[in-house]
Design a protein around this ligand. Structure first.
Ligand code: DC
Length: 222
């Protein structure tokens, strides 16, 4: 049986760290959909287009080819952009790109194809509600904005990205607002999702909790 696990939630709630671990434990594929919106945003910026310009951004759709490698790297038109897409100039603009319906539909088509044949753990904002509503397990992972800001700030430091804690928190608040207020496929929990607040949980605990939920559904060992 094919297993589909959807992990949604606001920015920097630790979804990708947890999703990667869960995928590894279950020996299935991890798909980072946020990386796809980020790669698209990078393309738009590199073309000298303002990501707030919907028409010009959407006109890029035919020229953007995004590939997620099984080893985790993300390629944009055959170039490895895995590090560049995490930089602040992309993070601060990505929510505009992710609010455009035509771009979402193009990326959602890719995401659904990736989950067609294989068992996957997919993380994002609309996986349980729109991309894969048939998912066997749906997690909605949250944490307080203060906790998320500290986590993202520390991550940035490790990657050598210079930011202040205040600017990280400000950007997360702005992104959450745009992501949850957009018209098409906004960030919101699926009615059948399990809420996990990770504010005071270690990564191992969150992973354990999700594996328990999967086990309870008796779908382990697929
Ligand atoms: O998870 P992330 O921070 O890398 O996501 C980057 C942006 O992409 C985020 O602000 C919202 C958007 N996104 C989305 O709208 N839908 C998804 N399935 C994944 C990400």
């Amino acid at each position: 049986m094919k297993l589909i696990i959807a992990i949604d939630g606001p920015a920097a709630a630790g979804k990708s760290t947890v999703a990667k671990r869960v995928a590894k434990q279950l020996n299935i594929t991890y798909i980072d959909t946020g990386a796809m919106y980020r790669a698209f945003t990078l393309y738009v910026i590199n073309q000298g287009i303002n990501p707030e310009n919907q028409a010009e951004s959407e006109a890029c759709i035919p020229d953007v080819h995004i590939e997620l490698k099984p080893t985790g790297e993300i390629f944009l038109n055959d170039q490895d952009v895995s590090n560049e897409i995490r930089e602040p100039h992309v993070s601060s603009q990505v929510s505009y790109i992710a609010s455009y319906k035509a771009i979402r539909l193009a990326l959602v088509e890719l995401q659904r194809k990736m989950a067609e044949k294989h068992s996957v753990v997919m993380d994002g904002r609309d996986i349980g509600t729109f991309v894969l509503p048939q998912a066997n397990v749906k997690i909605y992972q949250i944490a307080s904005v203060e906790t998320r800001a500290v986590r993202r700030y520390e991550e940035n430091l490790e990657k050598g990205i210079q930011t202040s804690l205040e600017s990280v928190e400000e950007e997360l608040r702005k992104r959450d607002y745009i992501d949850s207020h957009r018209e098409f496929a906004p960030l919101k929990p699926a009615p059948d999702s399990v809420l996990i607040d990770t504010s005071f949980m270690k990564v191992d605990e969150v992973v354990h909790r999700i594996l328990e939920i999967v086990e309870k559904k008796r779908i382990v060992g697929v």
